[in-house]
Write a protein that binds this ligand. Structure first.
Ligand code: ATP
Length: 235
């Protein structure tokens, strides 16, 4: 396993957000976490990237404990987080935003190569490299957020609601990008309210309900599950 979460719990003061969650991400896989508002999906991702402390359990990345490490150290180990709402730097240019993704790296030649690869993958970012990020459309900003995460040369990409607020045609584009990135060997954890999209992209899925694991299984099996269809697919 690339990443293993064992019995992980996350709380904000007295509010329990995730309870005793165990979850595995295989090397090269796409794992999705679906669930309604407040189910604990974002908190689970934030636990993986060291943005919230655990109140219980442990997280292993390539067999090594990472819970308790700072976010910087976790990025350096190869986990990049594309946050909910993109969180790009609005008053920096596209290129400056991308370079912030590489702030921990000292392999300057490889960084320049990776910048060119991001520009090849996202030609619109290249065209707009000197433009302020805030002037970009929602879809372009999502691509920028993904590109910035790729600039840390990750092994595992954590994506929080990449489809949020985007037109269906752009969502399709993002879906293709996720598939391409994965085909090149990057593992992905995808958090989505758009369960249809998530189950289409993922190999394996976890369903969270108010902080508890309700179901897990191969994505195509969950797609056929009565409860999932009624609760998340509107069928
Ligand atoms: P959404 O899709 O609405 O973001 P989610 O499944 O990602 O939902 P979380 O954001 O992880 O769920 O929230 C899980 C629980 O933790 C909710 O009850 C939420 O209100 C609470 N929570 C999340 N962040 C905080 C915070 N910073 N302080 C206090 N409570 C929080």
């Amino acid at each position: 396993m690339l990443l293993e979460m064992k019995d992980v719990s996350v709380s904000y003061g007295k509010v329990s957000a995730v309870r005793n969650l165990s979850l595995n991400v295989p090397e090269g896989g796409i794992v999705t976490i679906i669930g309604g508002n407040g189910a604990g999906k974002t908190s689970t991702l934030r636990a993986m990237s060291g943005m919230v402390p655990l109140v219980g359990g442990e997280i292993l990345f390539r067999g090594e404990r990472i819970d308790g490490l700072t976010s910087d150290k976790i990025v350096a180990k190869g986990i990049a987080h594309v946050p909910e709402g993109r969180r790009i730097f609005p008053d920096m240019t596209v290129e400056e935003n991308l370079r912030t993704g590489a702030f921990l790296r000292r392999d300057n030649d490889a960084v320049e190569n990776d910048l060119e690869s991001v520009f090849t993958r996202f030609p619109r970012l290249k065209e707009r490299r000197r433009q302020m990020a805030k002037t970009m459309s929602g879809g372009e900003q999502q691509m920028l957020a993904i590109g910035r995460a790729l600039m840390s040369a990750p092994k595992l990409l954590l994506m929080d609601e990449p489809s949020m607020g985007l037109a269906p045609v752009i969502v399709e584009e993002i879906a293709v990008i996720i598939e391409e990135i994965n085909a090149q060997g990057l593992s992905v954890v995808l958090v989505e309210q758009n369960a249809e999209l998530a189950l289409e992209l993922a190999d394996h899925a976890y369903v969270l309900e108010t902080g508890n694991l309700a179901l897990e299984g191969p994505a195509d099996e969950l797609h056929g599950n009565e409860h999932v269809r009624a609760a998340y697919l509107g069928i």
